[in-house]
Every structure is written in structure tokens, then in C-alpha cells.
Design a protein around this ligand. Structure first.
Ligand code: MN
Length: 245
């Protein structure tokens, strides 16, 4: 099996190293990731300048671009053969609910999915890399499960509580929950007295009921949400057709 691995925390991130180590034991891996932390870059592609790719001493490739750039470059010019799976992460911090729209971790996996390749995005629920070994073992478990009964391609968004492997609950199929709107930007001043703004933190969970990713994570379960890309609002489409008739 050939696996393409990327992330959004950058090629030096502990989560990427742990993921690559875990999957190198069971597959031929290629790792290509941003040269710096590009969290929150969503599905953006760099179109206003060329990209450079370099190889680090550990064999990882790094690119001065986004997670989507990395996977796009790998699939359209770098790899001689299409991988069987694209895997992203392990991200520092949860990607649940609307996070999935902003996440570069999810975007790297989505790029593979858009090219018809099954893909999985992995995130740890809490920051700080606690119990990263357990998360990497879950990632390996998930890859080894193969999911032969799933339609191809699939796109899984996986969130893993920061717990020892033995203390993780079941692996639960979930839907995305919803968050309250983000906290306001933080307005402050730079050292020269100029006004600057920091984008504030994400909102707390709003729809975190049973069946959601938020709920599963709170139980200590591994949350797996199958994602799709079509943003069409099917029910509003019918109403709009009537409005425009
Ligand atoms: Mn990140």
C-alpha cells in the first residue's frame, strides 16, 4: 500500500512525525508538508507565485505553500504512481463542526478525496501533544481497517481524545456538530502604536448532542465523521426554484 501523508502544522510538527512513523511500518509512505504552520489555511492553493519543494534529512519533503498545495503538487507532478490513501495530521487540536471548513488538516485530506483517492484527516482533541503515541496507534488502526465496504473515495475526519490508548473508548461514527460563532477579534497595538487585530478563538460547541463529533469526544471516544464536499443546500434549492419561477 502507498500512502501520501501531509499536515497543516508544518513538516517539523511532532504529530506528522508520529503519523509517519506509525504508517511507515505498514506501507510505503511519502511525506510532503508545508514548511511552516499553515493551520487555518483551508483549501487554499497558492496561485500568485511558484512553489519550491525541498527534502529534509529525515526524508520528508517540505513546500513553501499550503497543505492543499502539498497534496496537489504530489498528485499532479511529483509521485510516479497514485497513492492508495492520503492521510493528514496528526493535527494539534480538534477539527470538529465548522472547524472542518477552516482546517488545513482536513483540506490536505480533501485534496486527495477530490482526486478520487480515499483520505483520512487525524486531529488530537486537545493542544499540547499529550498521548500522541496513542493517536498515532489509532491512525494506524484506522488505516489497517481498510474500510473495503465503504464507497470509494471516502473522506474521514477523525478526532482523537488525548488519552492513553487503553483509556480510549470506542471508535464511533459521527456527524459534525455546530459551534457558536467565533469569539470577537482581539484589538491591540503593535510596538509602534499601530492598531492591529488578532482573529479570536473558535466559538464553543452549540450542537453537541448525541451522534455529534463533540459528543463522542466528550465521552472519550474516537470520532469518525464521513465528509463530503458538495455545499449545495438541497432543500433551499427547491425553494429558490419556486422563488425564481
Ligand atoms: Mn493545525
Amino acid at each position: 500500500m502507498r500512502i501520501l501523508i501531509s499536515n497543516d502544522d508544518g513538516y517539523l510538527a511532532p504529530g506528522l512525525v508520529a503519523l509517519a512513523d506509525a504508517l511507515a511500518a505498514i506501507a510505503d509512505i511519502t511525506v510532503i508538508a508545508p514548511d511552516s504552520n499553515r493551520s487555518g489555511s483551508s483549501n487554499s492553493l497558492t496561485l500568485d507565485r511558484p512553489l519550491s519543494m525541498h527534502k529534509a534529512p529525515n526524508g520528508f519533503y517540505f513546500v513553501n505553500g499550503t497543505p492543499s498545495d502539498c497534496v496537489h503538487l504530489a498528485l499532479t507532478g511529483m509521485l510516479a504512481e497514485k497513492p492508495d490513501l492520503v492521510v493528514s495530521g496528526i493535527n494539534q487540536g480538534q477539527n470538529m463542526g465548522e472547524d472542518t471548513l477552516y482546517s488545513g488538516t482536513v483540506a490536505a485530506a480533501t485534496e486527495g478525496y477530490l482526486f478520487g483517492i480515499p483520505a483520512m484527516a487525524f486531529s488530537q482533541v486537545e493542544h499540547g501533544w499529550a498521548h500522541l503515541d496513542a493517536a498515532a496507534r489509532i491512525a494506524r488502526d484506522m488505516v489497517e481497517r481498510r474500510f473495503d465496504s465503504m464507497p470509494k473515495p471516502f473522506l474521514f475526519n477523525v478526532n482523537i481524545p488525548n488519552r492513553p490508548y487503553a483509556e480510549l473508548g470506542k471508535v464511533a461514527a459521527t456527524r459534525l456538530g455546530k459551534r457558536h460563532v467565533s469569539e470577537p477579534v482581539i484589538k491591540t497595538q503593535d510596538p509602534h502604536g499601530r492598531e492591529i487585530y488578532w482573529v479570536g478563538p473558535t466559538g464553543a460547541a452549540k450542537d453537541a448532542g448525541e451522534g455529534t463529533d463533540f459528543y463522542a469526544a466528550r465521552q472519550g471516544w474516537v470520532s469518525v465523521t464521513p465528509l463530503q464536499v458538495d455545499l449545495t443546500h438541497a432543500t433551499q434549492l427547491a425553494t429558490l426554484k419556486e422563488a425564481l419561477a
